[in-house]
Each structure stands twice: as C-alpha cells, then as structure tokens.
Design a protein around this ligand. Sequence first.
Ligand SMILES: Cc1cc2nc3c(=O)[nH]c(=O)nc-3n(C[C@H](O)[C@H](O)[C@H](O)COP(=O)(O)OP(=O)(O)OC[C@H]3O[C@@H](n4cnc5c(N)ncnc54)[C@H](O)[C@@H]3O)c2cc1C
Length: 391
Amino acid sequence: MSHSYSDFESLHAAVRKIATEVAGVHAVDVDKNARFPSETIAALKSKGVLSAPIPKELGGAGCNMRELALLCSTLSGSCGSSGMVLAMHYIQVGCIARHSDGSGFFEAYQREIVAKQLLLASITSENGTFGDTRSSICAVERQNGRFILNKQATTGSYCQHADGILVTCRKNADAVKSDQVLVLVRKEDAVLTQTSTWDTMGMRGTCSPGFDLESSGLEEQILPVDYADISAETMVPYSHILWSALWWGIAADAVGKASSYVRSVARKNPGSVPPSANRLAEVSVHLQSMRHNWLALADDFDKITARHDGNKELRDMGWALKMNNLKIGTSDMAPQIVHRALQIIGILAYKNDSPYSLNRQYRDVLSASLMISNERVLSKSASLLLVFKDE
Ligand SMILES: Cc1cc2nc3c(=O)[nH]c(=O)nc-3n(C[C@H](O)[C@H](O)[C@H](O)COP(=O)(O)OP(=O)(O)OC[C@H]3O[C@@H](n4cnc5c(N)ncnc54)[C@H](O)[C@@H]3O)c2cc1C
C-alpha cells in the first residue's frame, strides 16, 4: 500500500480526521472493555500512517521527530490508548530505520512495513529486571544462521495484535546483563502465552498483560548495532518525546473540554466573565509550557540528527539529562493539567455520562509517571548530575 503525501500537512489532516471520526467514536468502548482500538489502527493502516518514520526513498513519509510527535498528540486528543499504540509503534520503527546499518534484511523489512502497514510492538520488560530497560536476563542463542529467543515479559502492549515485536535480550549466553541486542520477532515465528491480565485504571486499550514469549527466526533479524547505542540514540529520545507529545494531547483534550464548558457558562450570562475563566487562563499557561517542552526537544533532536556526527551528541550525558528532565516534567505536568480542568468543570467532568466527562483522560494520564518509573529516571539523573558539568 503506497501513500505518497505531498507534504506533512496532508498526512496530519488524515490523522486528524481519523482521530475525530474513528478514534473518538470508539474511545469509550475501547476503555470500558479494555479492548484493542482495532478500528483506529485499521484506519491508520488504510491511510499509510504506520510507515511515517520510514525514509522517503524506502516508500515511507520520512517524518522527523516534530512531525511524528504532532501525529501522536493529535490522535491521543481523541483516544489516549490509540495515541500510545501509535507512539510505541513509531518508537520501534524508528529503531529499525535508524539502526539497520546497511542491512539488506532491514531495508527490505522497511519496504514491507510500508507495503503491508505492519504494526510493531515492544518487549523490554522482563521478570526479574524490575523496570530497568538496560538489563536483560534472557539471551539470544544463534546457530546455523538462525536464532532462538525466549523471554518472560511483565508487560507487553498489543503484542497479540502486532505483526512483529522488537525484543531486548543479552547478546549471548555469556554476556553481562547490560550487553544487549534488539531482535525483531515476526508474529508467525512467535508463541505468546499470556501470564497476567491488563485490567488497569487507564491506558486500557493498549492491552498490555505479561507474556511468555518463545520465538525463533533468521539471525539477520538481530539489529546489527549494540542496544546500548540504540537505546541512547533512538529508543529513549523517541519514547520520551513521543510519550510527552501524547500525554500533552490528553491534557489538551481536557483543557479543550474545560474551555467549552466555560464558554457555555459565559453564554448563559452575556456580558459577564465567569469566575472559572481565570482558572482556564491559568491552566492554559501550563498547557503551553508543556507543549513547548516537547516541541523544543523534538526540534533539538531533528537538528542534532541532521548533523553528520549527530548521534555522538545523543550519547552524551547532557542529552540524557535533557531527556530525563522532559520525561519527568511532562509526566508530572499532564495529570496536574487534567486535574485543573476537572476543577474548572466540576461535577460534569466527574460524571461518566456527561459530554464534559474527564474520567478516561484522568485515568489514562496517570500512567505517565509509572511508564518507566519517575523514581528510576530521577535516580539515573541524580547519578549523572554528580559528574556532569554544563558548559
Ligand atoms: C501503559 C503502559 C504500557 C506499557 N507497555 C510496555 C510494553 O509494550 N513493553 C514493555 O516491555 N513494557 C511496557 N510497559 C512497562 C514499562 O516499560 C515498565 O517496565 C514498567 O512501567 C515499570 O514497572 P514497575 O513500576 O514495576 O517498575 P520499577 O521501575 O521496578 O518500579 C517499581 C517501584 O520501585 C520504585 N523505584 C524504581 N527504581 C527506583 C529507584 N532507583 N529509587 C527509588 N525507587 C525506585 C518505583 O517508584 C516503583 O514504586 C508499559 C507500562 C505501561 C504503564
């Protein structure tokens, strides 16, 4: 399936339409039944949106970070789970697009993503590594040009709906836990046994229970670059910028509802400004600074990666700190913004069956500080700050 968008705006317009006409329509049911947003993902596939990060020369839209972030924020403004699925998929595609290192297999696979609009999931979590994505217990075994990889994942979003999963593991049976690689497991080569449930407060449509994975495949499905580099140069920046954008989309949705509520109050008393309008003005300050935070770092990322030696800078302590600060800042801010919107609207936001309800947005956005625990991120920053000197 080839969709050549002449410019980013027409791709963005397609996602806007899907957000309003598909994602928003099914969001309540997706949330209520903790089911995969299949209508939304089908619509995204039909418009070629899943290959947006793939370079134009391989058939994708060649979107940069700013553009991907805008797409995620637009979709999450209608359905947080759909926005998160799109962001997680883009993170995986980004890892392949930026780290295939001339591999013929991964070049062909990118063309396959474009043609078939394949959906990719991720398994970094593992029983026994306690949320540390930079350690693995499982190891990939290589023999005669093939691999075997088995992993016990604590959390795996939409794995049962994905065409492929990128899985972290040790490089071999003798490697230390941080000496990792990233392996592409194809759906047809994977046996997934669900080991826990996903009955959560929010982000219910991401369908993220635990799984035992048994898989095999061709050795060339192992990305030819150390995961340490993939993590610093792509997985972390893509995650923190795209997640921040989608959390902002949820917060902006809540502020949008607060805004239309305040306008409806104003219409009832022409000539007067409702007292809640001041609170609306106040929350819009926070919404704007949150948006500028992720947009600025998306632009920084695009500028850095456009440079010949840009990836080196992405491995620096200074960049790692910026990414950690973004993650902590936006994941703290988003729930506060939704909370303020709830106070502005009052009981109509607290009700489940009101057009101003913020029930889903509130619960979805609470996942932000847990998805890679803020405490864990802060402790990494704390160690870096002991030695880092800003110049
Ligand atoms: C919506 C959602 C979707 C997800 N999808 C996926 C997916 O697709 N694939 C995947 O692999 N994983 C996924 N995850 C899991 C995610 O990657 C993390 O593994 C998980 O959020 C961490 O869980 P944890 O709280 O048990 O981890 P931990 O980081 O171990 O935290 C446990 C507790 O320890 C505390 N803590 C941790 N480190 C420190 C420290 N240094 N100092 C003080 N306290 C600390 C934390 O505050 C927390 O209270 C998803 C999570 C969410 C919320």
